[in-house]
Write a protein that binds this ligand. Structure first.
Ligand code: SAM
Length: 224
C-alpha cells in the first residue's frame, strides 16, 4: 500500500517548524506517560534530523538539557540547551563522548533509532531489536535510578524478549503506538519507567557495546 508522505502530520510539522513529523510521536508519548518536564537532562539516541530534540528542548526549558546522538550529521540548532554528538552508539568512542557531554546521570533516555530498512520484515525487526538493546545498555551506564526510557522497535519474535529484559530493570513497561505513526508503519514504542540499575544481565549477543571495557559512570568524567 502506498502512503501519502505529505499527510496531515507532515504538513503540520512544516507549518510549526519541526524538522520532521516524528515530533508529534514524542509529544504524544510524553503527554501520555509524563516523560518530559522542565529541568530534566535527557539523552536522545538516533536524533537526526532533530525533531525530538526540538520537542525535548522546549519541554526541559532553559534549566534542562538534551544531548542528541546520531550516525548522521544534523543542521545546527540555536537553542543553547541542545548538544549534538555525531557517532555510532555501538562504538565505545561515541559512548565516551556521551559520558563526557553529560557530566551526570540523565533523567530520561529516548531512542528513536531505526536501522536502514531492507524490506525483509524479520531482518528489519532483528536490526531494530539490536538497536533497542544497545539503547538499553546505555541506560545501564547513564540513567539515574527512577529514570525513564523510551525505545522504538519494529515488532517481531524478539519483542517479548526485549520486554522481558526491560522488566528486569523497569516497572511499569507499556507498548504505545502514537497517532502520528504512519498507517503503513509497524513500528511501536516501549515506554519503561522507574529504572532500577544492577538487575539487568547483558550476556553475549545481547547487543554489547563494541570495544567493551567501559568504566561505570561517572568514573570517566566526574563533574568538574
Ligand atoms: C527515525 S530517525 C530519528 C528521527 C528523530 N527522532 C527525529 O525526531 O528527527 C532514526 C535515526 O536513527 C539513527 N541511527 C540508526 N542507527 C544508529 C546508531 N547505531 N547510532 C546512532 N544513530 C543511529 C539513524 O541515523 C536515523 O537518523
Amino acid at each position: 500500500m502506498a502512503y501519502n508522505r505529505k499527510d496531515r502530520f507532515f504538513k503540520k510539522a512544516k507549518e510549526e517548524g519541526f524538522r520532521s513529523r516524528a515530533a508529534y510521536k514524542l509529544q504524544e508519548i510524553s503527554k501520555t506517560f509524563k516523560i518530559l518536564k522542565p529541568g530534566l537532562l535527557v539523552l536522545d539516541v538516533g536524533c537526526a534530523p532533530g525533531s525530538w530534540l526540538q520537542v525535548i528542548s522546549k519541554e526541559v526549558g532553559q534549566h534542562g538539557k538534551v544531548i542528541g546522538v546520531d550516525l548522521e550529521p544534523i543542521s545546527h540548532f540555536s537553542q543553547k540547551n541542545i548538544i549534538f554528538i555525531e557517532g555510532d552508539i555501538r562504538e565505545e568512542i561515541t559512548v565516551q563522548r556521551i559520558l563526557h557531554a553529560l557530566g551526570r546521570k540523565v533523567d530520561v533516555v529516548v531512542s528513536d533509532m531505526a536501522p536502514h530498512l531492507s524490506g525483509i520484515k524479520f531482518q528489519d525487526h532483528y536490526n531494530s531489536y539490536e538497536l533497542a538493546l544497545q539503547a538499553l545498555q546505555l541506560c545501564h551506564l547513564v540513567l539515574k535510578e527512577g529514570g525513564n526510557f523510551v525505545t522504538k522497535i519494529f515488532p517481531g519474535e524478539d519483542l517479548e524478549t526485549l520486554k522481558q529484559k526491560l522488566k528486569e530493570s523497569f516497572a511499569p513497561i507499556k507498548e504505545f503506538i502514537p497517532g502520528a505513526t504512519r498507517k503503513t508503519s509497524t513500528e511501536l514504542y516501549l515506554v519503561a519507567k522507574g529504572f532500577k540499575n544492577g538487575r539487568q544481565k547483558m550476556g553475549k549477543g545481547d547487543g554489547g557495546l563494541r570495544g567493551g571495557g567501559l568504566s561505570p559512570f561517572p568514573v570517566l568524567h566526574p563533574r568538574a
